[in-house]
Design a protein around this ligand. Structure first.
Ligand SMILES: *Cc1c(COP(=O)(O)O)cnc(C)c1O
Length: 396
C-alpha cells in the first residue's frame, strides 16, 4: 500500500479493554458495509440498525436510549432544537383538512408554526383553555388529529390535567403531544399519564450549560416510529454527535442541578411574593398558581423557572430597572448554570382565554449560583422598581 493511500485509510486499533464512563463521539455520514449484499440490504436494518449518519450514530443512540428510559417510552428521536421537536411531533401526522388543537398557553414559536405553516398546508388550527378540559371537549371533532399540551404553560404556568385531556382526545382518535421542557422527565412523565408523544427542549435543563441547542421527541407506541423516521429522512433532519455528547455530559448532573435550582427558586419566591409591588408569582408549587392541585398529583418535583406579575402599571418600570442586576443575566432560554431574567409579553399570545393582569411577566430562571447573591440581586431590583414607580406617581 502506498503512503498516499495509508493517509486516507483509518487503521483499526484495539478497543478491547477501553471502557470509558462517558459515551464516545462517533462522527459519520458514511457507514461502510462488509459486502455488496449487506449494502443492498441496508434498508432492512430497521430503525435500530446503522445505514447512514442521518439516521443516527452510537453517540446519538446513547442519548436517545437514556431519554427513552426516563420518559418511559419506546423510542426517542433527536432534533436540532426543542422547537424542531415540537414541529416534527405534529408534521408527520397531519394533512390538509385535519385539525390541531393547541393549549392557549403554548410556547409562542409553536403557535407561530401552527398558524403559519400548518395553516398554509390547509390544517385547521384551534386553541383551547389549558385549564379547562371541558373547553377542549367542546372544540374537538372527528377531524382533530392532534391535541397539543404544555404543562405548565410557557410564562403563565397553567398546569394541565393531562390524564383527562388524553382521555377526551383519544375518544376522538386524536394523538396527544406534550412539551415537557419545564419539568424534564425527572419531574413529569407525560407518556405514563396518557400522552402519545413527549418533547423536550434539551437546550434547557437537560444539557444545562447554555451552550448547545438540541431537542427530543419520545413516543409511547412503536407504530409512530415509521411516520416520524421517514419524515426526518425526507426533510434531511439529523443532529451532530458532538452536540449529543454535550447533552449526555450535562445530563449526568441534571438531578443535582434541578434540586439546587428549584430550592433556590422556592426560597427566592418566599422572599418576594409578599412584596408590595408584586401582584402574584406563577410557579406550580405555589397553592395560588393555576393547576397547583394537579401539579401535586402528577409531578414528582419542580424546577427553577417562574414568573412574577407586578401590580398594574408597574411593569413598565421593570425593564429600565434590570440594569441594577449583578448576578442575574438578561437573556432568553433558561435552565443553564447562570440565572437569567427576561420580560415576556402575554396578551399577544392568547386566542381563546383572557389574561388577567399586567401584560408583561418577568420570567426568572434560577441557576447554580449561591442563593444569597440572587436574593441580594432581586432585593436591589425591587428597590429600584419601587423607587421608579413612586417617582412616576408623584404629582408635579
Ligand atoms: C425553549 C423552549 C422550547 C424550545 O427549545 P429550543 O431548543 O430553544 O428550540 C420548547 N418548549 C419550551 C416550553 C421552551 O421553553
Amino acid at each position: 500500500m502506498k503512503d498516499l493511500t495509508r493517509c486516507v485509510i483509518t487503521p483499526n486499533v484495539v478497543t478491547e479493554g477501553f471502557v470509558a464512563l462517558g459515551a464516545g463521539v462517533h462522527r459519520a455520514s458514511t457507514i461502510v458495509f462488509e459486502n455488496a449484499e449487506a449494502y443492498a440490504n441496508r434498508g432492512k436494518r430497521g430503525p435500530d440498525g446503522y445505514s447512514y449518519g442521518l439516521h443516527g450514530t452510537p453517540t446519538t443512540r446513547t442519548l436517545e436510549a437514556k431519554l427513552t428510559v426516563l420518559e418511559q417510552g419506546v423510542r426517542t428521536f433527536l432534533l436540532p432544537s426543542g422547537q424542531a421537536a415540537n414541529a416534527i411531533a405534529m408534521l408527520p401526522f397531519l394533512r390538509a383538512g385535519d385539525g390541531v388543537l393547541l393549549a392557549d398557553s403554548v410556547y409562542p414559536p409553536v403557535r407561530d408554526f401552527a398558524n403559519t405553516d400548518l395553516a398554509r398546508f390547509g390544517v385547521e388550527v384551534g386553541y383551547y383553555d389549558p385549564a379547562d378540559p371541558s373547553d377542549l371537549a367542546a372544540r374537538l371533532n372527528d377531524r382533530t388529529k392532534i391535541v397539543w399540551c404544555e404543562s405548565p404553560g410557557s410564562t403563565t404556568m397553567e398546569v394541565q390535567d393531562l390524564p383527562r385531556i388524553a382521555d377526551i382526545a383519544h375518544r376522538y382518535g386524536a394523538l396527544v403531544g406534550c412539551d415537557n421542557t419545564w419539568a424534564t422527565p425527572l419531574n413529569y412523565k407525560p407518556l405514563s399519564l396518557g400522552a402519545d408523544i413527549v418533547t423536550e427542549g434539551l437546550t434547557k435543563y437537560i444539557s444545562g450549560h447554555s451552550d448547545v441547542l438540541l431537542g427530543s421527541l419520545t413516543i409511547r407506541d412503536e407504530q409512530l416510529t415509521a411516520p416520524i423516521r421517514s419524515t426526518l429522512g425526507r426533510l434531511g433532519i439529523c443532529v451532530s454527535p458532538d452536540d449529543a455528547s454535550l447533552v449526555l455530559r450535562g445530563f449526568e448532573t441534571l438531578g443535582v442541578r434541578m434540586r439546587h435550582a428549584s430550592e433556590g427558586a422556592l426560597q427566592l419566591i418566599s422572599r418576594i411574593k409578599a412584596a408590595d409591588i408584586v401582584d402574584r408569582v406563577l410557579h406550580p408549587a405555589l397553592p395560588t398558581s393555576p393547576g397547583h392541585s394537579i401539579w401535586k398529583r402528577d409531578f414528582l418535583g419542580s424546577s427553577g423557572v417562574f414568573g412574577i406579575v407586578f401590580k398594574e402599571g408597574l411593569s413598565r418600570h421593570v425593564a429600565p430597572s434590570l440594569d441594577v442586576l449583578k448576578t442575574f443575566a438578561i437573556g432568553a432560554s433558561w435552565g443553564g448554570t447562570r440565572s437569567l431574567i427576561a420580560l415576556m409579553p402575554v396578551r399577544a399570545y392568547r386566542s381563546v382565554t383572557q389574561w388577567d393582569g399586567d401584560d408583561l411577566i418577568l420570567r426568572v430562571s434560577v441557576g447554580l449560583e449561591d442563593h444569597q447573591d440572587l436574593f441580594e440581586d432581586v432585593d436591589a431590583l425591587f428597590t429600584e422598581i419601587s423607587a421608579r414607580g413612586s417617582a412616576w406617581t408623584i404629582p408635579r
